[in-house]
Ligand binder design. Structure first.
Ligand code: TA6
Length: 290
């Protein structure tokens, strides 16, 4: 474990030279670099690194509630808790490679006051060449059922938000946060950005592409057991209202999250939900033909 700016973090590496850094606070991936040491995640220019709240950027984990879909703090409390390295990730086999780590968050008596359900939330994070994978698992360790919503909030870097396309969500229904959650249907053949956008797309395909023409990179988001996808850019007004986001940062970021929103996961005592997300960086060679 590597101590820096009061946030103990874990370092992952893999043979081709890609690396990742994960804070024990929130089990939040705050850096993912390719073999050319290019940072593949967005971190706000005004991020606050004092383990007081989730860093604005990287991949915060939203559990047991996404956004304000419930009575808890925004996006739930998991991203604002200190996690631990999980030495008993059963039934997954324990791993000790430099490219994989298991982290765990268990409900505390304090948590039970705001969310009266005993749980164990585990995350396996695996790094490989050009890809980083999350395997979240939630187990109900209580004596009564509970439901939860969940998201991996992916802050992706873009060269210029007005040059970005998101493909894979056409024709889908979505809840529009800017229209008080009204259910709408996507008409365009790709999502492009010319203002604030805050939508939860429903029952999405397992593969979504984030295409940034100017930097000629593409990220692919692949996910299982998380049927929804949130797309968010605060644009200028909201960016100014967020103290830990630079006023111009909205031009350089886009959130495309794996999420469980429309149909919360319901677990009976002893049951476990397991999800999967892969973020794949497809380098500029992808555009060699165009
Ligand atoms: O995208 C959903 C959302 O609730 C937005 O409305 C915005 O509030 C965003 O998440 C930011 O949440 P955070 O708590 O990370 O500032």
């Amino acid at each position: 474990i590597h101590e820096r700016d009061a946030s103990p973090r874990l370092l992952l590496s893999e043979p081709t030279g890609c690396t990742a850094e994960i804070l024990l606070f929130g089990a939040q991936v705050v850096s993912w670099k390719n073999e050319r040491r290019q940072e593949l995640l967005f971190i706000s220019s005004k991020a606050v690194w004092n383990a007081s709240k989730a860093i604005r950027g990287g991949i915060p984990i939203c559990f047991p509630q996404f956004s304000n879909l419930g009575t808890l703090e925004q996006h739930g409390f998991a991203r604002n808790r200190l996690w631990a390295v999980d030495n008993s990730p059963s039934p997954l086999p324990a791993v000790t490679t430099p490219s994989t780590v298991d982290l765990v968050l268990k409900s505390t008596e304090d948590d039970l006051k705001s969310w009266p359900h005993r749980f164990e939330l585990r995350i396996r994070i695996c790094l490989s060449a050009g890809k980083i994978t999350w395997i979240p698992r939630v187990r109900n360790t209580d004596s009564k059922p509970f439901t939860f919503t969940f998201a991996l909030r992916n802050y992706m870097p873009v060269s210029d938000i007005s040059e970005v396309r998101v493909e894979g969500l056409e024709t889908l229904d979505y809840f529009d946060h800017l229209l008080q959650g009204e259910r709408c249907t996507e008409q365009a053949d790709a999502i492009t950005f010319d203002g604030e956008l805050d939508r939860a797309y429903l029952s999405t395909p397992s593969k979504i592409a984030i295409i940034d023409h100017e930097r000629k990179v593409t990220y692919e988001l692949r996910k299982d057991a998380m049927p929804d996808a949130v797309v968010w850019n605060p644009w200028d007004k909201k960016a100014k209202a967020l103290p830990d986001l630079g006023d111009e940062d909205y031009k350089k970021m886009l959130c495309v999250d794996s999420a469980v929103i429309e149909t919360p996961i319901a677990l009976k005592p002893g049951e476990e939900w397991k999800g999967r997300q892969e973020l794949i960086y497809v380098s500029s060679s992808y555009f060699s033909g165009t």
